[in-house]
Design a protein around this ligand. Structure first.
Ligand SMILES: NC(=O)c1ccc[n+]([C@@H]2O[C@H](COP(=O)([O-])OP(=O)(O)OC[C@H]3O[C@@H](n4cnc5c(N)ncnc54)[C@H](O)[C@@H]3O)[C@@H](O)[C@H]2O)c1
Length: 306
């Protein structure tokens, strides 16, 4: 195809897809059926992982719950069964350990079957300024929040590719889109998770595996306990999110094959600003939104909450 023809094609498609996106603001997207799907959630023992499991419970899926905490995982399984889940399988897995991920993944494939919806949700936060953070915690953050995603993909993607069917979900963070003072290692891990998920999504498309869908989730602070103590400066513009609301939005995004989910909606505007405004104005806005001091009052989750 020559330059003029290809450029014209891109212009026509730009108009078409912009119009489509605009209409979708008013017309709710159709939800796909997930009956019979095998949904694996990492970090299912509390917070968002647990609530996403409970949202999936009545939808006719089989659930595979992974967590480092057996107690938390068992409680999620009990609640999921109460909510109508047909089959729930719990596994203790330390996602920071590649060998453990591969070992438990093999066990799941033998005992339950091929995972068709993979939700990489397990996450940790150091909550210290970079120079105060111990090397071991920095490494652990990268291992859980980013590298675990590599190993779960390696374990479960081959079956999805063979069937040209599946869904890869990355529970990342708005801290994976914009740097935050006091969250350097966490931001690095979430930027990494997003870059990884986006890149493999493109690999699937170029390999013709259009039956494998992807969803990348980037929420602002959620009231799960992980970021206890953190304050938001303008709660009306950037509220601390309700976990049940976030879980509903995540499952809705999966059911409608939404590729990116940013929460709250103001995050879409902030991201556009970050990319188009002069850097100095960006800093002024960062200070205005409190991004320089989000972590000043961080306490994190009390051990007993876990
Ligand atoms: N809470 C927030 O404000 C917030 C905001 C944006 C993104 N997120 C992300 O959402 C995800 C869920 O966060 P949450 O708020 O529900 O946190 P949470 O602490 O309530 O839950 C995290 C779960 O992961 C498990 N886990 C931790 N390390 C693990 C490991 N090595 N192997 C297996 N499981 C492990 C924990 O036991 C826990 O059950 C995380 O990836 C987090 O980074 C959270």
């Amino acid at each position: 195809m020559n330059f003029l023809l290809e450029t014209l094609q891109v212009l026509v498609l730009s108009v078409y897809f912009n119009l489509e996106a605009f209409l979708k603001l008013f017309i709710p997207s159709r939800k796909k059926s997930v009956v019979g799907e095998l949904v694996l959630i990492t970090g299912a023992g509390s917070g968002i992982g647990r609530l996403v499991a409970l949202e999936f419970a009545p939808l006719g899926v089989s659930l595979v719950l992974w967590d480092i905490s057996q107690e938390g995982n068992k409680e999620t399984a009990r609640l999921a069964k109460e909510k109508g889940a047909r089959k729930v399988h719990t596994y203790v897995c330390d996602c920071s350990d590649k060998a453990d991920v591969y070992r438990v993944a093999d066990q799941v494939k033998r005992e339950v079957g091929d995972v068709s919806i993979l939700i990489n949700n397990a996450g940790i936060v150091t909550g210290k300024k970079f120079m105060d953070a111990p090397d071991s915690l920095i490494e652990k953050t990268l291992e859980v929040n980013t590298m675990a995603h590599f190993w779960t993909y390696k374990a479960f993607l081959p079956a999805m590719m063979a069937n040209n069917h599946g869904h890869l979900v990355s529970i990342a963070s708005s801290a994976g889109l914009i740097g935050v003072s006091g969250l350097a290692d966490y931001c690095a891990s979430k930027f990494g998770a997003i870059g990884f998920a986006e890149s493999v999504a493109l690999e699937m498309l170029t390999a013709g595996k259009d039956g494998i869908k992807t969803t990348i989730v980037c929420p602002y602070f959620i009231n799960t306990g992980m970021f206890d103590g953190c304050q938001t400066k303008w709660p009306r513009l950037l509220p601390i999110l309700d976990p049940a609301y976030v879980a509903k939005k995540i499952v809705n995004a999966i059911l409608t094959d939404q590729v990116y989910l940013l929460l709250p909606r103001a995050m879409y505007v902030l991201m556009a600003f970050k990319n188009i405004l002069p850097v100095k104005l960006g800093m002024v806005l960062g200070a205005y939104f409190g991004a320089l001091n989000f972590m000043d009052s961080f306490r994190g989750r009390e051990k007993k909450d876990k």
